[in-house]
Design a protein around this ligand. Sequence first.
Ligand code: DX5
Ligand code: ZN
Length: 215
Amino acid sequence: MRLIAPSILAADFNNLSNDIEMINRSEADYVHCDVMDGVFVPNISFGAPIVQAVHQISKKPLDVHLMIVNPEKYIQEFYHSGASIITVHYEACTHLHRTIQQIKELGIKASVCLNPHTPVALLEDIINDLDMVLLMSVNPGFGGQKFIENTYNKAVVLKEMILLRNSNALIEVDGGINFEVGKKLYDSGVDILVAGSFVFGSTDPAETIAQFKEL
Ligand code: DX5
Ligand code: ZN
C-alpha cells in the first residue's frame, strides 16, 4: 500500500480549518495528529480538544500519535475525540499488551511506535496484535528534522517479521520525509508515510500529497 498521512503539526494553527479542508480535497489517506506532553518529548503540541475539533471537519480518518507518558490514561478520551488509529510509544508503556488490547476493545486500530534507538525485534511477541507499527525516523518532538538513514534497515527487518509471522500490521514511517526518502521507503515495503513540513512548506500542499501517491 502507498498511503500518505499529512501531519498537522506543520499546519497553520491560525487557520487550521483551511488546512483540514485542503486535506479533505486532497488524496491524503489520513490526518496525522501529533500529541506531545512536554514530558515524553521536550515539546508540547496539542491535546484532545484540538483533535476533536479536527474530527468535526475532517473527512479523512484521524491517525493519532501519542507522544505522552502513561498513554493508557488517555485512550478513552482520544477515542471520544474521533481517533481511528491510536499509536502509543513502546518506550512509554510498561504493560504494552494491555494498552494495545484497551485500544482494540474500542473497535479502532492499535499501533505501536518505536523511537530510532528501539530495535524492531522487541515487537516479536506483540506483532500479531497490532494493526500498525510506526517507525520514528527522527527523534520525536519536533517537525522539520533530518531523516535518520538507519530507518531503511528497520523497515526491511520489520517487513520480514510481519511476513514471517503472518501479521496484518501496516508499516508507517514518521519524520524528515520528502519525495526521495519517501520513494525508498515505499520500495522497502512501507505502507504509510507521514509528512509535515515537506507538505505544508510546499507551494501547493494538495499537489505535493498527490505526488507522494505517484512515487
Ligand atoms: C515528530 C512528529 C512528526 C512530525 C513530522 O515528533 O511525530 O509527525 O510532525 O514532521 P516532518 O515531516 O516535518 O519531519
Ligand atoms: Zn507523528
